[in-house]
Design a protein around this ligand. Structure first.
Ligand SMILES: *[C@@H]1O[C@H](CO)[C@@H](O)[C@H](O)[C@H]1NC(C)=O
Ligand SMILES: *[C@@H]1O[C@H](CO)[C@@H](O)[C@H](O)[C@H]1NC(C)=O
Length: 329
């Protein structure tokens, strides 16, 4: 058994969010971010939550005005929406994915850590509570160790203790005024579980052709599966897509596997928001033998470069227009 590579996508299946802001807006952003991360990363796994980024940028957007605001809206793909319409959609989206009747657990927590004495506009505070249900905490960033502990405690508390030490004291100093923190937690059980006794050690061939020994989970069952063409004739140009549902069938993981002879890097540039939708619409339920590496991924990404590449630059410079957040710059 040799896999050259594999990547996965969490697909929210039934997002019917009005006509202009669809799951495609986020899918588009996800794909763009993925491509920028891919370009900068060195052959590492990539794991990020577009939902988390979207919410964090939404909070940022509430504080922005003028050209800074325009840049964020444009880069996030909100140009076709009426001013501010995205906030209602983001609120709706957060509610929908965290619905209590779901069989998976998804938690979203937003928080604002503000320097004691730093003035924040009342309207901003009201909006950030209304749309993002954000808590506001006053802290002293000069006490960077204490602040980092406080924020880490908060994150830990909102991610079932899964995410620890998110920030470090080095992230803050006496000139820090504000930290916007967003935590997204997801836990779902596969609808059809892999049985631990069926996990075996397999040899896994990486893109660079080196081999590693990994625990490979196995099960045979009915899954949504499809074969697609990458348009080339090389090695048949066929790749496989498998959708594995979580309990409740509301959410699923989509796995894409290129043929053994084809490096993952050949396939990645093909991925577009529309293609993901096409996969979801075209996979058919059938009997499939699934071998899936058991994996854990932990990653720290500095999104500044990615956001800049997406066109969000002004918020990172001194004369960012954040006058909606605070009267002062
Ligand atoms: C920020 O943008 C608003 C709205 O366009 C504008 O009135 C204001 O002068 C700008 N302020 C700064 C500091 O750039
Ligand atoms: C942890 O979260 C719970 C529920 O979200 C909240 O009631 C509690 O105050 C939080 N504790 C800390 C230390 O943030």
């Amino acid at each position: 058994m040799a896999f050259l590579g594999l990547f996965s996508l969490l697909v929210l299946q039934s997002l019917a969010l009005g006509t202009t802001f669809t799951d495609e807006t986020i899918a588009e952003l996800s794909v763009n971010m993925y491509n920028h991360l891919r370009a900068t990363g060195e052959d590492e796994n990539i794991l990020f939550s577009p939902l988390s980024v979207t919410l964090a940028m939404g909070m940022m957007e509430l504080g922005a005005q003028g050209s800074t605001l325009k840049e964020i809206r444009h880069s996030m793909g909100y140009d076709s929406l009426k001013n501010g319409e995205e906030f209602s959609f983001l609120k709706h989206l957060s509610h929908m994915v965290t619905a209590e009747e779901s069989q998976y657990v998804m938690k979203i927590a937003n928080s604002l850590f503000v320097q004691n004495g730093f003035h924040i506009n009342d309207e901003f505070l009201q909006m950030i509570k209304k749309y993002f249900n954000a808590e506001v905490n006053h802290v002293d960033f000069g006490q960077n160790v204490a602040v980092a502990n406080h924020i880490n405690k908060w994150v830990e508390n909102n991610t079932n203790s899964l995410l620890k030490d998110l920030v470090s004291p080095r992230d803050f100093d006496a000139v820090t005024h504000l930290a916007l923190i967003n935590a997204v937690y997801f836990k779902g059980n596969w609808k059809s579980q892999f049985r631990p006794e069926n996990t075996r050690t397999f040899s896994f061939t990486k893109d660079d052709e080196s081999e590693v020994q990994i625990p490979m989970m196995y099960q045979q069952g009915e899954f949504y599966y499809g074969e697609f063409s990458d348009g080339s004739n090389e090695a048949g140009g066929i790749y496989q897509v498998l959708e594995i549902p979580y309990e409740g069938d509301e959410i699923s993981m989509m796995l894409v596997l290129s043929r053994q002879e084809v490096p993952l890097a050949t396939l990645e540039p093909l991925v577009k928001a529309q293609l993901i939708e096409e996969w979801a619409n075209s996979v058919k339920k059938q009997k499939v033998e699934v071998y899936l590496p058991r994996f854990t991924v932990e990653q720290e990404i500095d999104l500044k470069h990615v956001l800049k590449a997406l066109g969000i630059t002004e918020v990172f410079i001194k004369n960012a227009n954040l006058t909606a957040l605070s009267g002062r710059k």
